[in-house]
Design a protein around this ligand. Structure first.
Ligand SMILES: Cc1cc2nc3c(=O)[nH]c(=O)nc-3n(C[C@H](O)[C@H](O)[C@H](O)COP(=O)(O)OP(=O)(O)OC[C@H]3O[C@@H](n4cnc5c(N)ncnc54)[C@H](O)[C@@H]3O)c2cc1C
Length: 408
């Protein structure tokens, strides 16, 4: 039984179903995508889709390889790098519409008679048999027994809470404003992931695969109530971007205020229960890791649990597999959360040190390429992951690159 059909739960369900494991997938939403969850897949997340033989994705799924990265400080171009960042080539970071991808995974799942897909149903409470978790009760009162419950129910995981698996929070967190500029012409963004650092905060913008422009913005404390969003961004943009922001002024609606809290569960499993993806380790949105890591978790969990569930293995063998899954995944997750924290700290330093920003902007013509080289080097773990989970063959995965569609 899997609770949650986000990228982690849906991918695990397909992995198990293909191994002949009967399962139930429970998802609160009637159709995927009611909640924006980002859409950038890094090479290490694409690697899982390739290993699952899901690439190339069908053309109707909006998808768009990123052209590059552009950093701007105080309105001056700091550095720019083209995708792929790796000198020997390889996969590009690719924007893939998550609602469309999840819909595709669910359609694949519906081909299997041994899969029950319960959309629009919420897993309300865990069922226990003595010390062991033995299923869930749904919001309509139905009880669904299960030999293993996988809680892939996201960062606020209700099942994690009910199982008493405490979340260790890493750092104080921060607030992010998230805007979706519907039907905006991407204009000078030109397929790049653009980050503007200046007195109004750190803002990242990109044209999403499905047409809108996405804007994530960390503002300096105490400056939350100014509403001339487009003008603030124009003021810290170079000449090609500033007028374009002003043209988007009408598209700025009330943003989502997201409290980003990063952490990991002290334990990812209990007898009969496994936490997966954000439920086990809520990630920061910095450098787009959460979907990728949920997919990698799902890959490892599917490889470990598939054969045991198919062969009706005894409970101790199942629980031993749950412990192995946590052991295999923890190092990569902790490592990448540390890298994200370091990346955030550098951004915050620039945000809060005007002199440092002025220095970076003034020295960009001479030092920009050096900064770019260092930045590229630091991106390696965010793109390649830390270690390769068993069964993910990087070179084989690279052979089936996602279909390259022209940028929108
Ligand atoms: C603004 C923003 C931008 C981001 N951008 C990116 C990005 O570009 N790339 C990237 O890799 N990551 C990104 N992330 C992180 C990413 O969204 C998450 O890490 C990822 O979605 C985690 O996947 P998951 O399957 O573990 O959980 P989720 O995607 O959260 O899915 C959990 C699912 O469980 C369902 N559910 C919850 N409770 C229940 C219940 N009780 N019963 C039944 N169903 C339930 C929910 O409806 C949901 O569908 C971003 C996050 C944010 C907030």
């Amino acid at each position: 039984m899997i609770v949650g059909a986000g990228p982690g739960g849906a991918c695990l369900a397909l992995h198990l179903a293909r191994q002949g494991v009967p399962l139930t997938l429970v998802e609160t939403m009637r159709s995927p995508g009611g909640r924006f969850r980002g859409e950038a897949l890094m090479p290490h997340g694409l690697e899982v889709l390739a290993a699952m033989e899901l690439l190339p994705l069908p053309a109707p799924i909006p998808q768009c390889p990123l052209q590059g990265w552009r950093y701007v400080v105080n309105g001056h171009d700091w550095f720019r790098l083209r995708e792929p960042l790796e000198s020997g080539g390889g996969r590009r970071c690719t924007l893939i519409s998550q609602p469309a991808l999840l819909q595709h995974l669910l359609r694949e799942l519906q081909q299997f008679d041994h899969v029950a897909l319960l959309q629009g149903q919420t897993a309300e409470t865990l069922l226990w048999q003595g010390e062991r978790i033995a299923g869930v009760r749904l919001n309509d009162g139905r009880e669904l027994p299960a030999r293993v419950v996988v809680a892939a129910d996201g960062r606020s995981s209700r099942l994690r809470h009910q199982a008493g698996l405490a979340l260790e929070q890493l750092g104080p967190g921060f607030e992010l404003l998230w805007f979706q500029l519907q039907e905006a012409d991407p204009g000078p963004l030109a397929g790049e992931f653009v980050t503007l650092i200046g007195p109004a905060g750190i803002c990242s913008a990109f044209a999403s695969a499905s047409g809108s422009v996405q804007v994530g913005w960390v503002q300096p404390q105490g400056k939350h109530h100014r509403l001339d969003w487009a003008e603030q961004l124009a003021a810290q943009s170079p000449g090609d971007l500033a007028p374009w922001w002003r043209q988007q002024a009408e598209a700025f609606k009330t943003p989502n205020r997201l409290r980003v809290q990063v952490g990991h569960a002290q334990r990812w499993w209990q007898p009969g229960l496994l936490l997966l993806g954000d439920a086990a380790h809520p990630m920061s949105p910095v450098r787009a890791q959460g979907i990728n890591l949920a997919l990698r978790d799902a890959w490892v969990a599917g490889c470990e649990l598939g054969p045991l569930l198919r062969e009706q293995a005894h409970e101790p063998a199942l629980d031993a597999a749950l412990a192995r899954i946590e052991a295999q995944r923890r190092a990569e997750i902790s490592g990448l959360q540390r890298h994200q924290a370091a990346e955030t700290a550098k951004g915050m330093l620039l945000l809060h040190q005007p002199q440092l920003r002025r220095l970076a902007a003034a020295s960009a013509p001479w030092l920009g390429s050096l900064v770019a080289r260092r930045w590229r080097h630091e991106q390696r773990p965010f793109r390649q992951g830390i270690g390769t989970p068993t069964g993910l063959n990087r070179s084989a995965a690279a052979a089936t690159a996602p279909r390259a569609l022209p940028p929108q």
